[in-house]
Design a protein around this ligand. Structure first.
Ligand code: NDP
Length: 458
């Protein structure tokens, strides 16, 4: 399998794909190794994952450059992803103890009866990951999974294979046995092959379309399943919003990582009273973003990682234009090497347009004028997705009233495109099933065992 630099179209490396026989051997080895790993004292498992965390810090520069070269993420944003890793991993290291500790829930001495709950690892789990934030979305799964005593078969996206291999190497150097954390490399078919094996769980991050295939495989194998899927995340800018803050904040939320974040702002609704002022400020902010070589520190917008997505963006813009939208900025693919699409802003959009209904996952955004809060709320909820939603307003009560009625796993007041390790990350509807991060994101990797203990009677 070739790994290609999306900024240049040049082949960076060749990676050997795992064959069906190799996958079967890795599953078998993980199955054999997992009970031993679960018996390693928790303190020791924590120590080894702390070594992994420290390795990410030590190797930051090299890992960031590798990520930028294969995914096209602007280098400053690769640094930012790696810089955020220690705090994210520390959350798991600091909180795993109480989650896995068992407890006596009932004791009756006169009857010699004790009832206890203990928490056990699931066993051998698959982690099928996305390329857009391979450190974030991968570690949300593999760090708590390993800490709680599971073995992990880690399938990075084919677009982040070199990063996936680097993660596996660092795990091994940190003392995680190779059979306990095993990379499975190759395209999507390799992940599908992995899921034909009897596993104890699959933890998937990716698109809704692939998520459905994973769900079918999990159903067939009757394995636990967690899906972190895409979104069509809305933001509503109220008439009392502080535009000096709202316009740049939403612009970054829409275009950071070249718009390729699960929680990127994908739709903007603006109160009619401030619509024109907001659009002007927003356009000015987007024009200031530097598009270019992702290795250049000045670059804010790089190439689109998957070349095929450029066609999707182009089709969405054409569909919207044909239905009356105004292209205020950009709107076209860029000529020359690499898969670049111009930062694109459309106004006069509505929900007949694909742009406002289907995930764009690129540097394209639509801004729709609304009459007030009721219309904004109805439009925000007019979607099958439900990952995040934001409201910009000076009035906290007003924002909270709207956000309470929005169907989504995370809601933001005066911010957007934000993830915290302390809070559960989950989606409603087509955005997923289950939660990563927060304490729920640790509990996801254990299962309860009920102990009924009765002392022998004389
Ligand atoms: P894809 O759904 O294309 O791929 C996700 C993973 O699934 C990849 O590892 C892919 O391998 C693999 N895969 C492909 N085909 C199959 C199959 N038949 N069975 C099992 N696995 C398969 O998503 P992207 O990688 O393009 O990621 C972008 C999507 O991920 C967006 O929709 C985004 O919103 C979502 N996402 C959601 C997040 C969340 O937390 N909710 C976080 C980050 C992204 P390969 O790449 O090798 O084809």
């Amino acid at each position: 399998m070739n790994v290609t630099n999306p900024a240049t179209g040049m082949v960076l490396a060749e990676v050997p794909e795992d064959t069906p026989a190799a996958i079967a051997a890795k599953v078998e080895a993980a199955r054999a190794a997992q009970p031993g790993w679960a018996q390693v004292p928790l303190e020791e498992r924590i120590a080894r994952l702390r070594r992994f965390r420290d390795g990410l810090v030590r190797r930051k520069e090299e890992l960031a450059r590798r990520l930028t070269s294969e995914v096209g993420k602007p280098i400053r944003q690769s640094w930012a992803e790696l810089d955020a890793m220690p705090a994210r991993i520390d959350f798991f290291l600091d909180n795993v103890g109480p989650v896995v500790e068992g407890e006596t829930v009932h004791a009756d001495r006169t009857k010699g009866l004790e009832e206890r709950v203990a928490y056990e690892p699931l066993g051998v789990v698959a982690n099928i990951s996305a390329w857009n934030y391979p450190y974030f979305v991968g570690s949300n799964v593999f760090v708590p999974a390993l800490l709680t005593g599971n073995a992990v078969l880690y399938k990075p996206s084919e677009f982040a294979s070199l990063t996936g291999q680097a993660i596996a190497d660092l795990m091994q150097e940190s003392g995680i046995p190779p059979d306990v954390f095993a990379p499975v490399l190759g395209p999507g078919a390799v992940a599908a092959q992995l899921l034909t094996h009897p596993l104890d769980g699959v933890f998937f991050t990716g698109s809704h379309a692939t998520g459905r295939k994973v769900a079918e495989a999990a159903g067939r194998g009757l394995m636990r399943m967690q899906l972190e899927l895409g979104g069509k995340d809305p933001v509503y800018v109220c008439d009392d919003a502080n535009l000096d803050h709202a316009a740049p904040s939403v612009a970054v939320g829409a275009f950071y990582n070249t718009g390729q974040s699960c929680c990127a702002v994908e739709r903007v609704y603006v109160h009619e009273r401030i619509h024109d002022a907001f659009v002007n400020a927003f356009l000015e902010d987007v024009r200031a973003f530097v598009v270019g070589d992702p290795m250049d520190e000045a670059t804010f917008i790089g190439p689109v990682t998957r070349p095929a997505q450029v066609d999707v963006l182009e089709a969405q813009v054409e569909d919207a234009r044909g239905k009356g939208a105004r292209v205020r900025l950009g709107g076209r693919r860029r000529g020359g090497p690499g898969s670049y699409f111009e930062p694109t802003v459309l106004t006069d959009v509505d929900h007949r347009m694909e742009l406002m209904r289907e995930e764009s996952f690129g540097p394209v955004i639509g801004i729709q004028k609304v009459k007030g809060d009721d219309e904004a709320l109805a439009l925000m909820n007019d979607t099958r997705y439900g990952l995040t939603a934001g409201v910009y307003s000076r009035d906290r009560d007003r924002a909270m009233r709207i956000l309470s009625a929005v169907r989504s796993g995370s809601v933001y007041w005066n911010c957007c495109d934000r993830v915290s390790p302390r809070l559960p990350w989950s989606g409603r509807g087509h955005s997923g099933i289950g939660a990563t991060l927060g304490l729920d994101g640790i509990r996801a990797f254990v299962q309860p065992k009920a102990w009924h203990l009765r002392s022998a009677r004389a």
